[in-house]
Design a protein around this ligand. Structure first.
Ligand SMILES: NC(=O)c1ccc[n+]([C@@H]2O[C@H](COP(=O)([O-])OP(=O)(O)OC[C@H]3O[C@@H](n4cnc5c(N)ncnc54)[C@H](OP(=O)(O)O)[C@@H]3O)[C@@H](O)[C@H]2O)c1
Length: 270
Protein backbone atom coordinates (compact mmCIF):
# COMPACT_ATOMS: atom_id res chain seq x y z
CA UNK A 1 0.00 0.00 0.00
CA UNK A 2 1.38 3.44 -0.85
CA UNK A 3 1.83 6.28 1.62
CA UNK A 4 -1.36 8.08 0.57
CA UNK A 5 -3.47 4.94 0.95
CA UNK A 6 -1.91 4.30 4.36
CA UNK A 7 -2.75 7.82 5.48
CA UNK A 8 -6.31 7.42 4.18
CA UNK A 9 -6.75 4.12 6.04
CA UNK A 10 -5.38 5.62 9.27
CA UNK A 11 -7.71 8.63 8.97
CA UNK A 12 -10.65 6.32 8.32
CA UNK A 13 -9.85 4.19 11.38
CA UNK A 14 -9.50 7.31 13.51
CA UNK A 15 -12.93 8.54 12.36
CA UNK A 16 -14.50 5.32 13.62
CA UNK A 17 -12.68 5.31 16.96
CA UNK A 18 -14.75 5.62 20.15
CA UNK A 19 -14.86 9.03 21.85
CA UNK A 20 -14.11 9.69 25.52
CA UNK A 21 -14.72 12.88 27.49
CA UNK A 22 -12.77 13.28 30.74
CA UNK A 23 -13.71 16.26 32.89
CA UNK A 24 -10.84 18.20 34.47
CA UNK A 25 -8.28 16.32 32.40
CA UNK A 26 -5.57 18.85 31.55
CA UNK A 27 -3.31 17.52 34.34
CA UNK A 28 -2.70 14.82 36.93
CA UNK A 29 -5.06 11.79 37.03
CA UNK A 30 -7.39 13.12 34.32
CA UNK A 31 -4.47 13.60 31.91
CA UNK A 32 -3.23 10.06 32.67
CA UNK A 33 -6.68 8.67 31.78
CA UNK A 34 -6.75 10.67 28.54
CA UNK A 35 -3.26 9.49 27.53
CA UNK A 36 -3.99 5.83 28.34
CA UNK A 37 -7.27 5.90 26.37
CA UNK A 38 -5.59 7.64 23.44
CA UNK A 39 -2.92 4.92 23.38
CA UNK A 40 -5.78 2.42 23.03
CA UNK A 41 -7.10 4.27 19.98
CA UNK A 42 -9.72 6.56 21.56
CA UNK A 43 -10.45 10.03 20.32
CA UNK A 44 -10.39 12.22 23.43
CA UNK A 45 -12.10 15.38 24.60
CA UNK A 46 -9.98 17.14 27.22
CA UNK A 47 -12.19 19.32 29.41
CA UNK A 48 -10.55 21.95 31.60
CA UNK A 49 -11.35 25.12 33.48
CA UNK A 50 -8.23 27.03 34.58
CA UNK A 51 -5.55 24.79 33.01
CA UNK A 52 -6.20 25.75 29.40
CA UNK A 53 -2.50 25.95 28.45
CA UNK A 54 -1.83 22.42 29.84
CA UNK A 55 -4.93 21.14 28.02
CA UNK A 56 -3.80 22.65 24.71
CA UNK A 57 -0.26 21.26 25.13
CA UNK A 58 -1.67 17.79 25.83
CA UNK A 59 -4.03 17.97 22.83
CA UNK A 60 -1.19 19.15 20.54
CA UNK A 61 0.97 16.25 21.70
CA UNK A 62 -1.82 13.70 21.07
CA UNK A 63 -2.73 15.23 17.69
CA UNK A 64 0.94 14.98 16.66
CA UNK A 65 0.74 11.25 17.40
CA UNK A 66 -2.60 10.88 15.55
CA UNK A 67 -4.15 13.77 13.63
CA UNK A 68 -7.63 14.94 14.69
CA UNK A 69 -7.74 12.69 17.76
CA UNK A 70 -7.91 15.23 20.62
CA UNK A 71 -9.94 18.36 21.28
CA UNK A 72 -10.12 20.80 24.19
CA UNK A 73 -13.27 22.23 25.75
CA UNK A 74 -12.97 24.94 28.40
CA UNK A 75 -15.77 25.41 30.95
CA UNK A 76 -16.34 26.07 34.62
CA UNK A 77 -18.63 23.24 35.71
CA UNK A 78 -20.90 25.81 37.39
CA UNK A 79 -22.49 25.90 33.91
CA UNK A 80 -24.67 23.01 35.15
CA UNK A 81 -26.58 25.64 37.18
CA UNK A 82 -27.79 27.29 33.98
CA UNK A 83 -29.90 25.27 31.52
CA UNK A 84 -28.78 27.21 28.45
CA UNK A 85 -25.10 27.10 29.37
CA UNK A 86 -25.37 23.35 29.99
CA UNK A 87 -27.06 22.84 26.59
CA UNK A 88 -24.29 24.77 24.91
CA UNK A 89 -21.61 22.73 26.75
CA UNK A 90 -23.31 19.49 25.64
CA UNK A 91 -23.51 20.90 22.09
CA UNK A 92 -19.77 21.53 22.00
CA UNK A 93 -19.03 18.04 23.36
CA UNK A 94 -21.06 16.36 20.63
CA UNK A 95 -19.80 18.77 17.95
CA UNK A 96 -16.20 17.78 18.78
CA UNK A 97 -16.35 14.36 17.10
CA UNK A 98 -20.09 13.77 16.44
CA UNK A 99 -20.57 11.12 19.16
CA UNK A 100 -19.77 10.22 22.77
CA UNK A 101 -18.97 6.67 23.97
CA UNK A 102 -17.42 7.18 27.41
CA UNK A 103 -17.96 9.92 29.99
CA UNK A 104 -15.42 10.10 32.84
CA UNK A 105 -16.28 12.30 35.83
CA UNK A 106 -12.84 13.30 37.09
CA UNK A 107 -13.02 17.04 37.89
CA UNK A 108 -13.09 17.76 41.59
CA UNK A 109 -12.24 20.19 44.36
CA UNK A 110 -10.63 18.82 47.52
CA UNK A 111 -9.81 20.82 50.64
CA UNK A 112 -10.50 20.62 54.39
CA UNK A 113 -13.61 22.10 55.97
CA UNK A 114 -13.11 21.74 59.74
CA UNK A 115 -16.20 22.21 61.89
CA UNK A 116 -16.61 25.88 62.77
CA UNK A 117 -15.24 27.01 59.41
CA UNK A 118 -17.79 25.52 57.02
CA UNK A 119 -19.46 28.13 54.83
CA UNK A 120 -21.91 28.21 51.94
CA UNK A 121 -19.24 28.84 49.29
CA UNK A 122 -17.33 25.67 50.27
CA UNK A 123 -20.53 23.67 50.41
CA UNK A 124 -21.59 24.89 46.97
CA UNK A 125 -18.17 24.32 45.36
CA UNK A 126 -17.44 20.90 46.87
CA UNK A 127 -20.96 19.58 46.26
CA UNK A 128 -21.08 21.02 42.74
CA UNK A 129 -17.78 19.65 41.48
CA UNK A 130 -17.99 16.29 43.25
CA UNK A 131 -21.70 15.44 42.94
CA UNK A 132 -24.07 17.88 41.24
CA UNK A 133 -22.12 18.42 38.01
CA UNK A 134 -21.53 14.66 37.47
CA UNK A 135 -25.26 14.00 37.90
CA UNK A 136 -26.51 16.80 35.64
CA UNK A 137 -23.87 16.09 33.00
CA UNK A 138 -24.75 12.38 33.02
CA UNK A 139 -28.41 13.25 32.55
CA UNK A 140 -27.71 15.70 29.73
CA UNK A 141 -25.38 13.31 27.87
CA UNK A 142 -27.49 10.17 28.33
CA UNK A 143 -29.18 10.29 24.90
CA UNK A 144 -25.75 10.33 23.19
CA UNK A 145 -24.30 7.60 25.43
CA UNK A 146 -27.38 5.45 24.73
CA UNK A 147 -26.83 5.77 20.99
CA UNK A 148 -23.35 4.28 21.44
CA UNK A 149 -24.27 1.73 24.18
CA UNK A 150 -21.65 3.68 26.09
CA UNK A 151 -20.59 3.96 29.70
CA UNK A 152 -19.86 6.35 32.55
CA UNK A 153 -16.93 6.07 34.95
CA UNK A 154 -16.81 8.18 38.11
CA UNK A 155 -13.70 9.06 40.07
CA UNK A 156 -14.72 8.59 43.70
CA UNK A 157 -12.61 8.18 46.85
CA UNK A 158 -12.03 5.45 49.43
CA UNK A 159 -13.22 8.06 51.96
CA UNK A 160 -16.66 8.24 50.32
CA UNK A 161 -17.92 5.25 52.22
CA UNK A 162 -17.60 4.25 55.92
CA UNK A 163 -14.07 5.71 56.30
CA UNK A 164 -14.31 9.51 56.46
CA UNK A 165 -11.19 11.64 56.03
CA UNK A 166 -10.88 13.72 59.21
CA UNK A 167 -11.66 17.45 58.75
CA UNK A 168 -13.00 16.91 55.22
CA UNK A 169 -16.69 16.48 56.11
CA UNK A 170 -18.09 18.42 53.16
CA UNK A 171 -15.80 16.68 50.63
CA UNK A 172 -16.61 13.27 52.18
CA UNK A 173 -20.35 14.03 51.95
CA UNK A 174 -20.02 15.15 48.32
CA UNK A 175 -18.12 12.02 47.27
CA UNK A 176 -20.61 9.85 49.20
CA UNK A 177 -23.41 11.42 47.15
CA UNK A 178 -21.41 10.76 43.97
CA UNK A 179 -20.90 7.14 45.01
CA UNK A 180 -24.65 6.70 45.42
CA UNK A 181 -25.14 8.35 42.03
CA UNK A 182 -23.04 5.59 40.44
CA UNK A 183 -25.19 2.88 41.98
CA UNK A 184 -28.52 4.66 41.30
CA UNK A 185 -27.70 5.51 37.68
CA UNK A 186 -26.40 1.99 37.05
CA UNK A 187 -29.94 0.81 37.74
CA UNK A 188 -31.70 3.59 35.90
CA UNK A 189 -29.47 3.67 32.81
CA UNK A 190 -29.39 -0.11 32.29
CA UNK A 191 -29.41 -1.91 29.98
CA UNK A 192 -28.10 0.65 27.47
CA UNK A 193 -25.47 2.43 29.53
CA UNK A 194 -23.18 1.01 32.24
CA UNK A 195 -22.08 3.13 35.20
CA UNK A 196 -19.09 2.27 37.40
CA UNK A 197 -16.60 3.98 39.67
CA UNK A 198 -12.93 3.94 40.61
CA UNK A 199 -12.06 4.96 44.18
CA UNK A 200 -8.46 6.13 44.52
CA UNK A 201 -6.69 6.01 47.86
CA UNK A 202 -3.76 8.38 47.58
CA UNK A 203 -2.64 8.24 43.97
CA UNK A 204 -1.11 11.65 43.56
CA UNK A 205 -0.60 14.17 46.34
CA UNK A 206 -2.12 17.64 46.00
CA UNK A 207 0.48 20.19 44.88
CA UNK A 208 2.38 21.75 47.80
CA UNK A 209 1.67 25.33 46.70
CA UNK A 210 -2.10 24.80 46.24
CA UNK A 211 -4.99 25.30 48.67
CA UNK A 212 -5.41 21.51 48.50
CA UNK A 213 -1.89 20.80 49.93
CA UNK A 214 -1.57 18.23 52.75
CA UNK A 215 0.65 18.79 55.84
CA UNK A 216 4.00 16.87 55.54
CA UNK A 217 3.23 14.92 58.76
CA UNK A 218 -0.14 13.86 57.32
CA UNK A 219 1.60 12.80 54.08
CA UNK A 220 4.00 10.57 56.06
CA UNK A 221 1.25 8.99 58.12
CA UNK A 222 -0.68 8.28 54.92
CA UNK A 223 2.27 6.44 53.31
CA UNK A 224 2.76 4.49 56.59
CA UNK A 225 -0.86 3.32 56.41
CA UNK A 226 -0.53 1.88 52.88
CA UNK A 227 0.28 -1.86 52.83
CA UNK A 228 1.96 -1.47 49.43
CA UNK A 229 4.08 1.30 51.08
CA UNK A 230 3.89 3.85 48.32
CA UNK A 231 1.71 6.59 46.94
CA UNK A 232 -0.07 5.26 43.87
CA UNK A 233 0.41 6.56 40.36
CA UNK A 234 -2.14 8.28 38.12
CA UNK A 235 -1.51 5.43 35.65
CA UNK A 236 -2.84 2.93 38.24
CA UNK A 237 -6.17 4.75 38.12
CA UNK A 238 -6.16 5.01 34.32
CA UNK A 239 -5.61 1.26 34.09
CA UNK A 240 -8.74 0.56 36.19
CA UNK A 241 -10.82 3.06 34.23
CA UNK A 242 -9.92 1.27 30.99
CA UNK A 243 -10.68 -2.10 32.56
CA UNK A 244 -14.18 -0.93 33.59
CA UNK A 245 -14.86 0.43 30.11
CA UNK A 246 -14.13 -3.00 28.65
CA UNK A 247 -15.97 -4.97 31.37
CA UNK A 248 -19.22 -5.37 29.45
CA UNK A 249 -21.00 -7.37 32.19
CA UNK A 250 -20.09 -5.03 35.06
CA UNK A 251 -22.28 -2.14 36.20
CA UNK A 252 -22.83 -0.33 39.50
CA UNK A 253 -19.40 -1.41 40.81
CA UNK A 254 -16.71 0.61 42.51
CA UNK A 255 -13.09 -0.54 42.52
CA UNK A 256 -10.76 0.69 45.26
CA UNK A 257 -7.32 1.45 43.81
CA UNK A 258 -5.49 2.30 47.01
CA UNK A 259 -2.51 -0.03 47.63
CA UNK A 260 -4.59 -1.67 50.37
CA UNK A 261 -5.03 1.55 52.43
CA UNK A 262 -8.77 0.91 52.80
CA UNK A 263 -7.99 -2.25 54.77
CA UNK A 264 -5.90 -0.44 57.38
CA UNK A 265 -8.44 2.40 57.63
CA UNK A 266 -11.09 -0.22 58.31
CA UNK A 267 -9.07 -1.48 61.28
CA UNK A 268 -6.83 -4.00 59.54
CA UNK A 269 -3.36 -4.07 61.09
CA UNK A 270 -0.40 -3.72 58.84
N1 LIG B 1 -5.22 12.57 43.83
C1 LIG B 1 -5.58 11.50 44.52
O1 LIG B 1 -4.76 10.74 45.01
C2 LIG B 1 -7.03 11.20 44.69
C3 LIG B 1 -7.46 10.53 45.83
C4 LIG B 1 -8.81 10.24 45.96
C5 LIG B 1 -9.70 10.61 44.98
N2 LIG B 1 -9.26 11.27 43.88
C6 LIG B 1 -10.22 11.68 42.87
O2 LIG B 1 -9.68 11.44 41.56
C7 LIG B 1 -10.00 12.52 40.68
C8 LIG B 1 -8.73 13.12 40.10
O3 LIG B 1 -7.87 13.53 41.15
P1 LIG B 1 -6.78 14.68 40.95
O4 LIG B 1 -6.05 14.82 42.22
O5 LIG B 1 -6.03 14.47 39.68
O6 LIG B 1 -7.78 15.94 40.75
P2 LIG B 1 -7.43 17.50 40.90
O7 LIG B 1 -6.11 17.76 40.32
O8 LIG B 1 -7.68 17.95 42.30
O9 LIG B 1 -8.62 18.15 40.02
C9 LIG B 1 -8.83 17.77 38.67
C10 LIG B 1 -9.35 18.95 37.89
O10 LIG B 1 -10.66 19.33 38.32
C11 LIG B 1 -10.92 20.54 37.65
N3 LIG B 1 -11.92 21.38 38.31
C12 LIG B 1 -11.99 21.74 39.61
N4 LIG B 1 -13.04 22.59 39.79
C13 LIG B 1 -13.62 22.76 38.56
C14 LIG B 1 -14.71 23.50 38.08
N5 LIG B 1 -15.45 24.31 38.87
N6 LIG B 1 -15.02 23.44 36.77
C15 LIG B 1 -14.29 22.66 35.93
N7 LIG B 1 -13.24 21.93 36.33
C16 LIG B 1 -12.91 21.98 37.63
C17 LIG B 1 -9.58 21.31 37.59
O11 LIG B 1 -9.41 21.73 36.25
P3 LIG B 1 -8.52 23.02 35.86
O12 LIG B 1 -7.14 22.73 36.41
O13 LIG B 1 -8.58 23.06 34.38
O14 LIG B 1 -9.16 24.22 36.51
C18 LIG B 1 -8.57 20.24 38.03
O15 LIG B 1 -7.39 20.25 37.26
C19 LIG B 1 -10.83 13.50 41.50
O16 LIG B 1 -12.20 13.26 41.30
C20 LIG B 1 -10.45 13.19 42.92
O17 LIG B 1 -11.45 13.52 43.87
C21 LIG B 1 -7.94 11.58 43.72
Amino acid sequence: MNQEANAYQAENMNNQAPVMLVTGSARRIGAAIVKAAHRQGYRVIIHCHRSEQDANDLADHLNDIRANSAKVIVADLTIVNDGMALDSFVGSIIEAFGQLDVLVHNASRFYPSPLGSINHAQWDELLLTNAKAPLLLSQALLPYLKQQQGCIISLLDIHAHDRPFNNYTVYNMAKAAHRMMVQSLALEMAPEVRVNGVAPGVNILPETDSDQALEPTLQHSIVDSIPLQRIGKPEDIAHSVLYLIQASYVTGQIIDVDGGRGLTLAGGKY
